[in-house]
Design a protein around this ligand. Sequence first.
Ligand code: 2YH
Length: 275
Amino acid sequence: MTRLAEQDICYIVERLERYDKILRDKTGGGLMDIAAFAVDAAAADLRAAKAKQKIGIVPVTAGQGIIGGFSDTVRGILAFLGAQVFVTKATDVAGLAEATANGATAVFIADDQTCSLIDLRTGQVADNSLSTGKGFAAALAMQAGSLQGKSVGLLGAGPVGYGAAQALTARGAHVYVYDCQAEPLRKFSSMDGVAVVDSAAAALAQSDYYFEATTASATIQVNDFCATTLVAAPGVPLGVTAEAMKCYGSRVISDTLEIGVATMLAVLLKGKQTT
Ligand code: 2YH
């Protein structure tokens, strides 16, 4: 799993408006529409729930510590989506206490492995990796029109890939998954609609669309694209080469935090019964 670095996120908030427009051009919907679609809701139906939630973001010093700008970037994304949100001054346990003292109904906390948005009233946890997989699968489905009967080559069998496989198969796609490690692939082998293949080339060769969820670069090259290829690429760093982005960037959806955080919000707003 890639730990985000300051340079991965420093530009996000100032470019949110522009990114939202890019997503609308590619998928027909903005960030909140994609996130709502990921949880099978309409953005309008989640609007009322926003007023009932106040999210406290608590910086966490455990492990490799605080990432400069991380909490403020998450706050910027959630505020852009219309959520009531604040960052605590204190970190860790004191930060949690500060969040609840200031009326938080949910807390956003992240360490080096896990990033969660927790509803303090229901106990529901929206996990960033699973939400990222779901959110990008929704974006791909919106861009494609439908995934029913389509094949998707999935590179990367980590938690983002797992969330993606669940969401892609739920939307009627056949998934061909590859990972360079055998262990994470185990839990994919029993999934309906998923075939584990033995190379990245095999995953891509038999697929209409690609889902890039690895931590490697240059996994998808210019010659992997045909006239109808679409790519969802949440992997950090971006797996699609610069040359391929130059030629086919309009058919690639990629970001480091936005769709994942938006989908976490949509999970929170839709509520416990739906996750
Ligand atoms: O970037 C990360 C991890 N890769 C987890 C991502 C899960 N999909 N975590 C962020 C750490 C933030 C830090 N502790 C802070 O600033 O609070």
